[in-house]
Design a protein around this ligand. Structure first.
Ligand code: HEM
Length: 485
């Protein structure tokens, strides 16, 4: 087989890839060396803006297979029958650090699934935690600023991290989760995923249900202690990437069983707490898990930049039978992601192979923009309505209409009698074994003891006391002991 010839980007053969063209052997370089100019210029443009959160991640392809009938709750086509298979791409991530950070850190993990369905791409952009730190999107930029590097010191600062939480009692549940054993998964394969938000499903009769998604790892949950993680982060900063890549290359097929909790829409108004509050779980005794199917990963991407870095997931990508709930955080996210993609990847990011529909074809009147490579057909009209055979609307909404009440304006989150910020944090603490509680207390105290302001420490302690008196007392004692050291 003859060897392929090295070419410039316009396809012309390259004569010399080791020596730049110069005026004589020792002379200055020639501007006419197209290959040199192209190489240097392209190299300067290799990096694009990293994701503002979840910058560091790993991805893989696979499929989702329906194992149980859920057609009573949704008419989503890809869930329409037992045995139905849909291709997926999944990206896992850490949240707070930049691309160059380490994988084995105490941080939530992203769990984003793109289902390439015959009705368009459905993105379920979740985390490995069933709850979140805040319940209103207006707080998200402040929250993330407090957790990422400080603009002056260039480091993550315990003062900022805990100051934000001191002012956000609603974070106590997720902080308890994060500081516990599950705060550092051993790998992406050994953690659960959650849609976290409440979403809406609509069935063929137009009946609406609220659902929460759970992906339970079939590999079993494995976590690292703070000490194990610190060592691993030093020896293999890419430990999660190494694990996922090598497992799939070895032929291991990591999988997760997907369940949903289902609440008939009419029950939401009278539920004992706000079912759209992202800082709360729905107790399983109220809404048991119903199995839906299995998510299997079996193929690594060919190119990490093209397929993982350029992957674009948006909670706004729904398919018929699935829609948003009134969860305020979710509503904020419906804007944030596609906006981030337009900035990070450009207006034509949905034309990239990893983001384009695979089981159907996008057909609309959107045109042009940077890097437009789709013609939509020679005589296709770029306006609608038209008298030709351009694509037409279906007239069928994705999900059932939901009633709304009240006045416009800013409102504090609705509080029900049993809907305070601490009940579920206390329940989570009391679920833990004695050893788990001790590690939780040590992890919190290790961070809180580094905070320089007493009022910030006091406010945080008050949250743990409110969650559970023993929890508060033990954290307080541990912080005092560390500060007296
Ligand atoms: C990534 C915004 C809450 C999960 C991102 C990105 C933005 C963002 C701008 C980067 C997107 C990109 O450049 O591709 C927000 C806002 C939130 C919020 C404004 C709250 C109002 C959440 C919550 C979850 C979550 C509650 C999980 C339940 C993720 C994941 C990614 C991500 C998994 C990475 C997706 C990927 O792998 O490409 N978020 N986020 N976010 N977010 Fe959020």
């Amino acid at each position: 087989m003859s060897q392929r010839v090295l070419t410039t980007e316009s396809g012309a053969p390259v004569a010399d890839n080791q020596n730049s063209a110069s005026a004589g052997p020792g002379g200055p370089l020639l501007l006419q060396d197209q290959h040199l100019l192209e190489k240097l210029a392209r190299f300067n443009r290799e990096r694009i803006p990293e994701r503002v959160v979840h910058a560091r991640g790993s991805g893989a392809y696979g499929h989702f297979e329906v194992t149980d009938d859920v057609t009573g709750f949704t008419h989503a086509d890809f869930l329409s029958g037992v045995g139905r298979r849909t291709e997926v791409f999944v990206r896992f991530s850490t949240v707070a650090d930049s691309l160059g950070g380490a994988d084995a850190v105490r941080d939530p993990r992203g769990f984003a699934v793109k289902f390439y369905t015959e009705q368009g791409n459905y993105d379920l952009v979740g985390n490995n935690t069933p709850v979140f730190f805040i319940k209103d999107p207006i707080k998200f930029p402040d929250f993330i600023h407090s957790q990422k590097r400080d603009p002056f010191t260039g480091r993550q600062e315990p003062d900022n991290v805990w100051d934000f939480w001191a002012h956000s009692p609603e974070a106590t549940h997720q902080v308890t989760w994060l500081m516990g054993d599950r705060g550092i998964p051993a790998s992406y394969r050994h953690m659960n995923g959650y849609g976290s938000h409440t979403y809406q499903w609509t069935n063929a009769d137009g009946e609406a249900f609220f659902v929460k998604y759970h992906f339970k790892t079939d590999q079993g949950i494995r976590c690292l202690t703070s000490e194990q993680a610190a060592e691993l982060a030093g020896t293999d900063p890419s430990s999660h990437q190494t694990d996922l890549l090598q497992a799939i290359e070895r032929g291991v097929k990591p999988s997760w069983t997907m369940y949903v909790q289902v609440m008939p829409a009419a029950e939401a108004a009278d539920y004992r707490f706000n079912p759209f509050d992202l800082t709360k779980v729905w107790p399983h005794r109220d809404h048991p898990l119903r199995r839906v199917g299995r998510l299997v990963l079996d193929r690594n991407p060919d190119n990490v930049f093209a397929e993982v870095e350029q992957a674009a997931f948006s909670p706004n990508n729904f398919v018929p039978g699935i829609g948003p709930s009134p969860d305020k955080m979710l509503q904020g996210r419906l804007f944030a992601y596609a906006d981030a993609h337009r900035y990070r990847l450009g207006v034509n990011h949905t034309l990239l192979a990893v983001n384009a529909p695979r089981a159907t074809v996008a057909s609309n009147y959107g045109r042009d923009g940077l890097m437009a490579v789709n013609s939509q057909g020679r005589h296709a009209k770029n306006y609608e309505p038209n008298s030709y055979d351009g694509p037409v609307e279906t007239g069928r909404p994705l999900a059932a209409p939901l009633p709304v009440t009240g006045h416009t304006g800013t409102h504090e989150a609705p509080l029900h009698t049993k809907d305070d910020d601490f009940v579920q944090a206390g329940e989570l603490y009391r679920l833990m074994s004695a050893e788990e509680r001790s590690r939780l207390v040590a992890n919190i105290a290790g961070g809180l003891a580094q905070v320089t302001r007493d009022d910030v420490v006091r406010k945080n302690l008050a949250h743990f006391h409110a969650a559970d008196p023993e929890y508060g007392r033990r954290v307080e004692e541990a912080v005092r002991a560390l500060r007296e050291d």
